[in-house]
Design a protein around this ligand. Structure first.
Ligand code: AG3
Length: 276
């Protein structure tokens, strides 16, 4: 049998990541992007948007645990959470594990991604059935502009900052996020690989520092992304972020209080990285 591979179309990566393909399960085009689901030996089903792998069944838990539990545990009482992007439902599933969360609003511009997840990724899209989940199909950039002092945590789980997701990494957007957060709110967003995309990391960190008093960076290794240490930029209005602020009680596969602390880079390495 012939070997078939999906080769990622990541415009920044100096190396190409590829998944072996055993089957193409879905191929479609929404108003915003190309959507594809493949079956891959070892990884299981993989969601691909505009030629870039977003998550795979086997390892999505790593990304989703880290993007959710670090900001939610940095906050002492996250009741009201906003997720921008994240249409697969993976981050929503993790957020809703916190009993403190009374309401989680997920704003994804692309309704079709949510529908595809409901058909092909039941272990992520199960989150949409929770009564605390509110789904809005709107542009997240515009959505945040309507709120002031509303959310405890804002998570931006977007595609790479090229094309229509680029605005979600600008200083203007971070000013709206700051305003939409309560006086002790916490923001997090995925900011690519520290090895392959250091310019993006630096640009985002610089913009965040102009807006928030506390800005930091943490990493996780996501096997499905070409880039080894994948980064998350976190910003806070008041609470320190390097330690959980309450006892870790949610059921996870990897995240723990120790993992929370170890996810952050040593101060000297971090400073050097962001100063270029
Ligand atoms: N969103 C971020 C995926 C970034 C992948 N980038 C890449 N492989 N170059 C993931 C969505 C999961 N909810």
């Amino acid at each position: 049998m012939m070997d078939v591979f999906f080769i990622e179309r990541d415009p920044y990566a100096p190396l190409r990541h590829c998944y072996p393909v055993s089957k193409i399960l879905y191929e479609g085009k929404s108003e915003y992007q190309e959507i594809m689901v493949i079956e891959s030996p070892h990884f299981g089903r993989v969601l691909i948007l505009d030629g870039v792998a977003q998550c795979d069944e086997k390892f999505e838990f790593i990304y989703h645990e880290f993007i959710s539990h670090i900001p939610l545990y940095a906050h002492p009482n996250p009741e009201n959470v906003l997720i921008i992007g994240g249409g697969d439902g993976g981050a929503l599933r993790e957020v809703l594990k916190h009993k403190e969360v009374k309401r989680a609003v997920l704003v994804d511009i692309d309704k079709q991604v949510i529908e595809v997840s409901k058909s092909f990724f039941p272990t992520m899209s199960v989150a949409f059935e929770d009564p605390r989940a509110i789904v809005v199909n709107e542009d997240g950039y515009k959505y945040v502009q309507d709120y002031e002092q509303e959310f405890d945590v804002i998570i931006v789980d977007s595609t790479d900052p090229v094309g229509f997701a680029h605005v979600l990494t600008t200083e203007e957007f971070f000013r709206y996020v700051f305003r939409a957060l309560k006086e002790d709110g916490v923001y997090v967003g995925q900011t690519e690989s520290i090895h392959y995309h250091p310019d993006i990391v630096r640009r985002v960190q610089k913009s965040l520092k102009k807006v928030f008093p506390i800005v930091d960076l943490y990493t996780a290794v996501i096997p499905g992304y070409a880039g080894y240490w994948w980064s998350f930029s976190i910003a806070s209005k008041k609470h320190p972020v390097r330690n959980p602020s309450r006892e870790v009680s949610v059921q996870t596969k990897l995240y723990s209080a120790d993992m929370h602390r170890h996810a952050f880079l040593p101060e000297s390495f971090y400073q050097k990285l962001i100063s270029g």
